[in-house]
Design a protein around this ligand. Structure first.
Ligand SMILES: Cc1cc2nc3c(=O)[nH]c(=O)nc-3n(C[C@H](O)[C@H](O)[C@H](O)COP(=O)(O)OP(=O)(O)OC[C@H]3O[C@@H](n4cnc5c(N)ncnc54)[C@H](O)[C@@H]3O)c2cc1C
Ligand code: FES
Length: 303
């Protein structure tokens, strides 16, 4: 584990060894869709620990702006020529101060990375027959490794390969066809792919929740739903599954400062017997059962 700093074992990790901080060499940084890039990082120790649903913080070392790292989901791990695990891949969308600088970094340059952080996706409930991975915007990123793990194609974090024997469906919505990133990676898993676009340029014409609704069928009680994407999409998904009494976990994309449970910049509201409380998305999440989340009162935010 050359050059790796072991971070506090008590926080942020579901793996046996806890998070580490490393300086990772960029091996690949290439555009794969409109404003969306795939970055392959050399970070063996971290890659050996991370599981689908967990994330890493990435910080560009040189500029002082932005000072803070940014969270990115594990997209996949990659293997070197001899078949040994060598690092991780993240897929990012150009959005603001950090993600607009990332595409300028070339192969051979380095970034600071710490992780694995947060909890992995939970197992589908016992008896589940189908899993729907419902993604909006850049929300597909945690689902490639999740699909591969569920289908027994790849082990992560030292877990043995195990095919759950469950049908896996990706339901992936984007603004238009040019924003669909990495669809070929998902196709290569053999998962069922359902695309949706707001403008109808490919697949279902409309919101991803509408596309999902058409796929559930009359008795969806053996379906386990996982979602990731913008908060309004996740809220719509939560309402939909609540009406049908379905099990649904979502991965939140809340902005974060430390990723380690220290700063409380990432809190989300959860239900408690007394009413509600805050939980830190970086430590207690980023994956939550939708039945425990309290969504923001958008009307009062607008007022
Ligand atoms: C657990 C987790 C996993 C994530 N995985 C990925 C991933 O795999 N790929 C990816 O592209 N992104 C992912 N994100 C979101 C990503 O971290 C943000 O897009 C990124 O931090 C933006 O940084 P920036 O400096 O470019 O933008 P900033 O300059 O910080 O922000 C630009 C604008 O975007 C808004 N903003 C910032 N962060 C978010 C956010 N999370 N949601 C909504 N609006 C935001 C700001 O308010 C501001 O208006 C993830 C977030 C979390 C919490
Ligand atoms: S990001 Fe600092 S506590 Fe979650």
């Amino acid at each position: 584990m050359n050059g790796a700093t072991v971070l506090d074992n008590r926080v942020g990790s579901h793996s046996t060894h806890g998070p580490i901080q490393v300086t990772a060499r960029i091996v690949v940084n290439r555009q794969i869709a409109t404003r969306i890039w795939l970055m392959r990082l050399e970070c063996k120790g971290l890659a050996q620990r991370i599981r689908p649903g967990q994330f890493v913080m990435v910080r560009i070392p040189r500029p002082s702006d932005p000072l803070l790292g940014r969270p990115f989901a594990l997209y996949d791990t990659w293997l070197d020529a001899s078949g040994d695990i060598a690092g991780i891949e993240v897929v990012y969308m150009e959005l603001g101060r950090a993600t607009r600088q990332l595409p300028k970094l070339n192969g051979g340059e380095t970034v600071e990375v710490w992780g694995p952080l947060g909890h992995p996706f939970p197992e589908p409930f016992i008896g589940a027959k189908r899993v729907f991975l419902v993604a909006g915007g850049i929300g597909q990123t945690p689902f490639l490794a999740h699909a591969r793990e569920l289908m027994g194609q790849k082990g992560y974090g030292g877990q043995p390969l195990r095919d759950r024997g469950i049908e896996v469906h990706l339901v992936y919505g984007a603004r238009n066809a040019s924003f669909h990133a990495g669809v070929e990676h998902f196709r290569s898993t053999g998962a069922n792919i359902h695309l949706a676009t707001d403008d109808g340029s490919t697949g279902y014409h409309g919101r991803v929740t509408g596309c999902l609704e058409g796929l559930l069928g009359p008795d969806p009680t053996r379906d386990h739903i996982f979602g990731c994407g913008p908060e309004p999409m996740l809220e719509a998904l939560a309402q939909m599954v609540s009406v049908r009494g379905l099990t649904c976990h979502v991965s939140l994309e809340t902005p974060m400062a430390c990723g380690l449970g220290i700063c409380f910049s990432c809190v989300t509201k959860v239900k408690t017997p007394e009413g509600w409380d805050y939980k830190r998305v970086c430590v207690e999440g980023p994956v939550f059962n939708t039945s425990e989340l309290v969504w923001p009162d958008r009307h009062s935010l607008v007022d």
